[in-house]
Design a protein around this ligand. Sequence first.
Ligand code: SAH
Length: 263
Amino acid sequence: MNNENKTISDFDLNMVCEYYSNVERQGPGSPEMTLRALSFIDNLTEKSKIADIGCGTGGQTMVLGQNTPCQITGVDFFPDFVRLFNQNAQSRNLQDRVKGIVGDMANLPFQEEEFDLIWSEGAIYNIGFERGLNEWRKFLKPGGIIAVTEMSWFTEERPAEIRKFMQQVEPGIDTIPVKVAQMQRAGYIPLATFILPENCWTEHFFAPQATVQEAFLKKHAGNRAAEEFIAGERRHKALYDKYKAYHGYAFYIGKKMQGMTEW
Ligand code: SAH
């Protein structure tokens, strides 16, 4: 889901929610890339706890549930997403270990040092990459891991059209070395970074939306806000296609630094 909705001031959030409820993912990514990120993380057991922040309907959370033995809590702002998340967990028989709750990533209902792993795909930008890394750090055990995806520039320079668009929808966007430095400054040792391949956008994010868009426009025929919303989503796709050499999502994986008390 992108922030472009902000330009549609009277747009009903319920419609955004309805639209994205009909697709498996609300952000770019893929099961393969969730697993690649997971491959950097060792020592997860039945006792380990994972938080998936901005989990949406749980596309990536179910992959975590099926590929780790851990206790997983998904948190999202939208109750409808959380309802679908819990249905998804149930239909995969993961409901005893994978639970979705409604909550705000800026005010999480967690204990300090509760989690071994914090996950967040396509969501941290909602409060900002640096703010999220800083504020969520306390919920990790010492040596705990954070794995997030974030929109990033691939090059030092880029065409004005995409630069301006990103300023509106993802003002926190920066280059990969800058993001890695932000992660280090927020108190994590950077462990791994990789760019999500194109199919995380085309096949897993945009393609499923194409069919949903037609049905959505039919259902909300004549509704200007709905039409503008879909036009915005289509513009986002067109700009991705045109400028994918310059920007995209990257995974950032870091390990909570220990305090320096031994000094
Ligand atoms: N991780 C999912 C969803 C990404 S879309 C995926 O990759 O498919 C971003 C998600 O962040 C949405 O589900 C949105 O509802 C959620 N979100 C936005 N602001 C939030 C907030 N303040 N607290 C919790 N969740 C939030």
